[in-house]
Design a protein around this ligand. Structure first.
Ligand SMILES: Cc1cc2nc3c(=O)[nH]c(=O)nc-3n(C[C@H](O)[C@H](O)[C@H](O)COP(=O)(O)OP(=O)(O)OC[C@H]3O[C@@H](n4cnc5c(N)ncnc54)[C@H](O)[C@@H]3O)c2cc1C
Length: 443
């Protein structure tokens, strides 16, 4: 079918005002520079189904999107005939405050969802990047993005209990429910966590919620060297403290964040940001224990609360995009907790050897090191390759989160996927036999 007829049919399904076709309007909805024939904003699940049925019949590739904050995640896309954004699927369907569960359409912005839940003093404890600039519930599930709260509350995998998905052939599939323990057989909703839009368009989701803690405080503790800061990380993790977030900031990042958040951080030091969220007395007592433990390893700390604390965590959450800027390279090294100092040492050498700028923060209780890099392409490629070898040799992995396509191609987004690739491909074929959804993102 000629493009003009395709666009006409798509416009019939979702309506003129919910269709973008002009290059100047498409803006952020262009995965890796691909030029979609149309960007669609269906108003309801029926329209999503109809678009997919039509796409399948014409073999058109469909890129699911929320706000488009992470559209480039994964391998370079092999096709983008249609971008389908869930932005208009943004109703909060039910908030069962007494049962600590809520169901919402997946185009709902996380920030709006949190505002509604806050009315009942509850929240969904995820804090991924782009929280303020438009991350939607569906996009967060599909990318399994997470932030510093991951230590205390886990990721979407732990919080998602039910899902409604439109499959590639347009049929609607429901998995799980609003009952927290209700999974018989395979836990299918979890299959969609991190599926990057390759298995279906997530339309609705049900989450378990938590009460907003009465009090929150953070101490920022600086150390003269990495051995001492790591020793404190290990003492904190082995203690019976209930820590919500524990970030281990590289000296460059600590200085930059201190400046941005208006906090006096000791220059050129590895710094821990330790957050406790609990009832006031528990927060006070635990903060004291944390400072005592850290000072035994030579750390000196400042306490942060209120607006300054919020600002600090916003800067930590967003540093990969704010410090590296548009087009920056972002990677995540996933290693054992005890290998985090090794990753830091490797990164420390890059600026001098390759002339690149590096900022990094370890989610120290999870072994996830977020790294942002800026510099010459060749230097970026060789540094990322080195980091991947280091991580994989220790049983971990390095995932490229954002980079220009040339860097992605030369380094590879995922690295060595091991024996699960065949199974993943079979799952993909089962859900999307014509390979119309986000083709190519899967290795
Ligand atoms: C479509 C698809 C392709 C994958 N390709 C590879 C691969 O080539 N090599 C490899 O080592 N692993 C791959 N994985 C698996 C997955 O990325 C790894 O398991 C992940 O790196 C580690 O997952 P995690 O649960 O430990 O950490 P997580 O915290 O879940 O994942 C780390 C980050 O990797 C990203 N991620 C997870 N799953 C996907 C995904 N599906 N597509 C894109 N990003 C994802 C997430 O956004 C996530 O935040 C793929 C998974 C899927 C569903």
């Amino acid at each position: 079918m000629p493009d003009s007829k395709i666009v006409t049919r798509l416009t019939e399904i979702v309506g003129q005002r919910n269709t973008l076709t002009r290059q100047d309007e498409i803006g952020a909805y262009q995965p890796e520079g691909a030029r979609p024939k149309a960007v669609l904003f269906p108003a309801n699940i029926e329209q999503v189904s109809e678009v997919l049925r039509f796409a399948a019949s014409e073999s058109l590739s469909v890129i699911p999107a929320g706000s488009g904050t992470k559209l480039n995640l994964g391998n370079i896309t092999e096709g983008a005939d249609i971008v389908l954004s869930t932005k208009n699927l943004n109703r909060i369907i039910e908030h069962g405050a007494s049962d600590l569960v809520a169901t919402a359409e997946c185009g709902t912005l996380l920030s709006e969802f949190q505002s509604r839940l806050r009315e009942q003093n509850q929240f969904l404890p995820v804090d991924p990047p782009h929280l303020l600039s438009g991350a939607t519930l569906g996009g967060i599930i599909a990318s399994n993005d997470s932030g510093p709260l991951r230590l205390g509350y886990g990721t979407m995998r732990e919080l998602l209990i039910g899902l409604k998905v439109v499959r590639a052939d347009g049929t609607v599939f429901k998995g799980g429910s609003k009952v927290v323990k209700n999974v018989a057989g395979y836990d299918l909703p979890k299959l969609f966590v991190g599926s990057l839009g390759t298995l279906g368009i997530i339309a609705e989701a049900t989450f378990r919620l938590y009460p907003i803690p009465e009090s929150s405080r953070t101490c920022l503790v600086s150390f003269d060297n990495l051995d001492n800061s790591h020793e404190s990380v290990m003492s904190l993790l082995k203690s019976d403290l209930v820590i919500s977030s524990l970030e281990h900031l590289s000296p460059a990042l600590a200085s930059a964040l201190g400046e941005r958040a208006g906090i006096d951080v000791k220059g050129n030091s590895y710094t821990l940001a330790v957050r406790v969220m609990n009832v006031e007395k528990a927060v006070r007592d635990q903060m004291k224990t944390i400072l005592d433990l850290c000072s035994k390893a030579g750390g000196s700390g400042v306490m942060v609360e209120g607006e300054k604390e919020e600002k600090l965590w916003e800067e930590i959450r967003e540093f990969t995009s704010r410090l590296s800027g548009p087009g920056g390279t972002v990677a995540r090294a996933n290693v054992l907790i005890t290998d985090v100092p090794g990753v830091f040492r490797l990164l420390e050498g890059f600026p001098e050897r390759s002339g690149i700028e590096v900022y990094s923060s370890a989610r120290a209780g999870n072994g996830v090191v977020a790294v942002s890099m800026d510099g010459e392409r060749e230097a970026l490629v060789s540094s990322l390759k080195e980091l991947r070898i280091f991580s994989e040799e220790r049983g971990g992995s390095l995932v490229i989160w954002a980079a220009d396509s040339n860097v992605k191609k030369r380094v590879g987004v995922w690295g060595n996927i091991g024996t699960s690739l065949g199974i993943m491909k079979r799952i993909k074929r089962n859900f999307d036999p014509e390979n119309i959804l986000n083709p190519g993102r899967l290795v």
